[in-house]
Design a binder for this molecule. Structure first.
Ligand code: GUN
Length: 283
């Protein structure tokens, strides 16, 4: 059994991104990401700080817009409109969740698709499903990157995704299909889950339920990717996979923490560079 380390793959990918950012700087172009946070959610604050830190690491300029809890949808849309038309801004993201009184869909749809580095806009989701994506959803793209760096062949393999969320499960299924895997997406209404997961050469768990994947659900030699982030009874971070008992049966597995987690921000940096290149007509 081999661990796939998100931290190591992040470092490797950051080195590549740093070089791309520098070569843009040599052309007089400064890649810039605008991050919007509304209200005082402590988890969101941590995520936004991590995103700013990652920008610093790779040399991307970051702008933070911290708006008060009582911000209206209209005020938020006004800010996004301003950032959409600002040529110095290449990527825009609004940290979710936004306060309940804000129209989340209107926010997502107001971000210019060319600057939508989260890949949440319906235009970008549509392009992804047509195999024409330029910007890609960060977490599933991070999983694909991990599989590639770890030397896992995807083509022709049976891939099973547990979870069908708009930001991970669904796009994960699409991206694995795009890479010619035979894909099954399971969810809370799936009957006899383990009979399906046992067929998986590549098993991706993205539900948010600790110990959902147990040893009897995994084929000998499978590659297991754990996207879940949960806290166990002792307050320790854990994934959706019963790591201790599943790992001995895997050829490769991602740990939690230090697995998929760091890859989301990594691919956000990559998307910001991609957006910058597209906006400046650079191949
Ligand atoms: N909240 C949790 N994950 C994400 C993410 O990937 N992007 C944004 N914008 N908000 C989030």
């Amino acid at each position: 059994m081999e661990l796939i380390s998100g931290k190591e793959i992040q470092e490797l990918t950051f080195r590549e991104i740093r070089e791309e950012v520098q070569s843009l700087k040599d052309k007089g172009i400064e890649a810039c990401l605008a991050v919007i946070i509304v209200g005082n959610d402590p988890a969101s604050r941590v995520y936004v700080n991590n995103k700013k830190k990652a920008c610093e690491t790779v040399g991307i300029k970051s702008l933070e817009y911290a708006l008060p809890e009582e911000t209206t949808t209209e005020e938020l849309l006004d800010l996004i409109e301003k950032l959409n038309s600002d040529e110095a801004v290449n990527g825009i993201l609004c940290q979710l969740p936004v306060p309940k009184h804000i129209n989340k869909l209107a926010v997502i749809e107001s971000i210019s698709p060319e600057k939508d580095v989260d890949c949440f806009h319906p235009v970008n989701v549509g392009k992804l499903s047509l195999g024409r994506a330029q910007l890609v959803p960060c977490t599933p793209a991070g999983v694909i990157r991990m599989l590639d760096v770890a030397g896992v062949e995807i083509e022709g393999k049976r891939a099973v995704v547990i979870g069908r969320s708009d930001i991970v499960g669904k796009p994960m299924g699409i991206m694995l299909m795009e890479r010619n895997a035979t894909v099954t997406v399971c969810h809370s209404k799936t009957k006899d889950l383990s009979s399906i997961t046992k067929q998986a050469d590549i098993l991706v768990a993205t539900v948010g339920k600790q110990k959902l994947v147990t040893a009897d659900m995994v084929k000998e030699g499978a590659v297991v990717i754990d996207v879940g982030i949960n806290r166990n009874g002792e307050g320790k971070l854990c994934g959706d996979v019963d790591f201790e008992n599943v790992a001995p049966h895997c050829s490769k597995i991602t740990p939690v923490p230090g697995g998929v987690g760091p890859m989301t921000i990594t691919m956000l940096m990559k998307n910001t560079v991609t957006a910058t290149k597209i906006q400046n007509n650079i191949k």
